[in-house]
Write a protein that binds this ligand. Sequence first.
Ligand SMILES: [Fe+2]
Length: 304
Amino acid sequence: MAVVSIHRSELPASSERTKKWCAQLEAGDILFFNETPVALPPLDIEFLLGLQQSNSSLHKNIAYKPNVDAISGLDAATSDTAALDRLHAIMRNYSRDVNSFMERFLTPYARRWQLDYASFRPQEEQNRDLPLRRRNDLLHTDAFPTRPTHGARILRFFNNLHPTRTRDWVVGDPFRTLAPQFAPKDIKLPAPDTSASRAFKGLARGIGLGSAVPSLKRSPYDDFMMRFHNFLKENEAFQASAHKYPSQFPSGSSWMVYTDTVPHAVLAGQYALEQTFLVAHEAMVAPEHSPLTVLEQMAGTKLV
Ligand SMILES: [Fe+2]
């Protein structure tokens, strides 16, 4: 596990260099920019930092869904429409700008990703009172309960907006190291999916309707990744004894990491922006590190 520091002056980089960065990401390293390559206008940062003081209904994580250009996570009672419009515009611009940076930066992937949600995280992470499975301060790999990825990778890009404080993470050994420690002994390996609905989807694809059929159903891969997320958070022995590598991301910095591979926990920090990408498995430059490859090898069968 390493934090690979990249200076903005290194960009744009050669195709060999960017391919190496992709390979490092896929292997479980964090790519880190001490000075963010996606800077927000200072007035936008000031607005975001002021939300918590000026409007008590804007306390939660705020999500932006680029596919429908909508924000959520706000109380229905919020009536300050000017503030909502400003927030919406800031999130829309952030999502667009991160996507545009990633297109220029991760050239080996050739945009083979789906732009997922962006989020603003205004709350102090230290001592947050959340139900166990939603806690951010326990080491876990990411899986989305309602948005199965079917083997696509979860890549996340972050900005620490806090004017002075670091965002404090610990990360752990990557999925390819952890999974064999717990599966199949403590957590059942996935089996191939033979359900009728999947058979229907396969038939639909065969007759050219594939893209019209929503893939909201979890694959055996997605089921395992969700169970693994819960298992890690609920496993006190793992939380106590896992290798932990601390990382402190300073004010004004950015970093990106495959959070489905790298167990991570946020111990402290406030005010972060984040954009998620679902990167096609076919785009991987080092697919041997991906959870899908690791699991399919362990299970001896296709899982998506
Ligand atoms: Fe996470």
